[in-house]
Design a binder for this molecule. Structure first.
Ligand SMILES: [Ca+2]
Ligand SMILES: [Ca+2]
Length: 363
């Protein structure tokens, strides 16, 4: 009797489902004596939505719950060939109870998604989601000191060039990371100039662009900038020059130094902060007193290894007498030192005269 009732119930259920045109359903029975039964429909999930993340292979997928489902799994379908792939780490064997998931590491392409509701052995497949275009490519960017930008420099602004691999639409001065100063960005498309001004002291200036600060037309954020040389030294600090040294084949005394009719080698231990001493120029002033700033140029040395040695290759000056020699140093940024303290030199090319000795009043 019970068995006949169950068979009847099953037949009735199938007939009802067939008549309603629903292919997917579930049924349960309760008890064995009373023979009561319950039927219901496993509705498919609705509102399946997929969202592109520009520059990323991550696709968030969401859907509205199906009232009788115990879980869901998600399929990603490639539009170009309708190939279907398990998505979000879900499958018929490993359904999720959530109503959203992130589909990760999706290759470039156009896709749509379906979500399958599961209850026991029954399934109900959603309608397709919207199409979603996945593009993993992000704009890359290089930042380097601009062509023609001197380094070190004493002149602002300091210019850098930013070049993106694809045109970007929202690159502004605020997107530049600087170690000093203020950026002004000009340009469009792929190529921009970054002018750095507002520098208040000597030091190095480095420009870069952090990841995801600038976007292409599709909304993909940039990768962090890379550089061959994105640092320029700003040097407005002049070098310092001590009193020059002087040597000659034959010298007498130190203050002043007496030199004969011969070349004199001048040296100077000039130093510089922020860049380096590029050259030292020597000047002389006649006399032993009074100020001596630049005077008359003797010559310039660029030989740092020899303490900027300069060989006069001839008598220091043409006229015997006391002189002062000063050094003025220039750094590689073009800053010029104050004149050094003076080194007194006395040029004496006149041999001593000897009076013939007299002997008994006769010479
Ligand atoms: Ca540089
Ligand atoms: Ca300097």
């Amino acid at each position: 009797m019970i068995r006949r009732r169950l068979l009847l119930l099953l037949a009735t259920t199938v007939a009802l489902l067939t008549a309603a045109g629903v292919a997917l359903a579930f049924w349960t029975t309760s008890g064995t004596g009373a023979g009561s039964a319950m039927t219901g429909t496993l509705a498919p999930p609705t509102n399946v939505t997929a969202v592109a993340t520009p520059g990323s292979g991550t696709v968030p997928v969401s859907w509205s719950a199906s009232s009788q489902a115990t879980g869901y799994y998600v399929l990603r379908i490639r539009n170009s060939d309708s190939s279907s792939t398990a998505a979000c780490g879900t499958s018929a064997a490993q359904p999720t109870t959530a109503i959203s998931c992130d589909d990760l590491a999706v290759a470039d392409g156009i896709y749509h998604y379906v979500v399958i509701a599961v209850r026991g052995s029954w399934t109900a497949t959603s309608a397709s989601s919207n199409d979603v275009t996945v593009n993993n490519t992000r704009p890359a960017v290089t930042v380097n000191q601009a062509a023609g930008q001197t380094d070190p420099t004493k002149t602002a602004p300091i210019n850098f060039t930013a070049v993106f691999t694809t045109p970007v639409t929202d690159f502004t001065s605020a997107d530049v990371t600087l170690t000093a100063g203020t950026a002004t960005v000009t340009g469009s498309g792929t190529t921009y100039n970054i002018a750095v001004s507002g520098l208040t002291s000597s030091g190095s200036v480095t420009a870069s662009i952090a990841a995801n600060t600038v976007h292409d037309a599709a909304g993909a954020g940039n990768t962090a900038s890379t550089s061959t040389d994105n640092t320029v030294t700003y040097d407005v600090t002049p070098p310092t020059a001590p009193a020059p040294g002087a040597t000659a084949t034959t010298v007498f005394g130190t203050n002043p130094l007496y030199v004969n009719n011969e070349p004199v080698i001048l040296t100077d231990a000039a130093t510089d902060a922020h860049s380096a001493v590029a050259s030292v120029t020597y000047y002389y002033c006649p006399g032993s007193t009074g100020t001596c700033t630049t005077g008359t140029s003797i010559g310039t040395s660029t030989t740092a290894a020899g303490n900027f040695a300069f060989n006069t290759n001839a008598p220091l000056v043409g006229t015997d007498g006391p002189y002062r020699v000063v050094a003025v140093a220039t750094d590689t940024a073009g800053n010029t030192s104050a004149p050094s303290a003076a080194t007194p030199i006395s040029v004496d090319t006149t041999p001593p005269t000897v009076t013939r000795p007299t002997v008994n009043g006769h010479s």
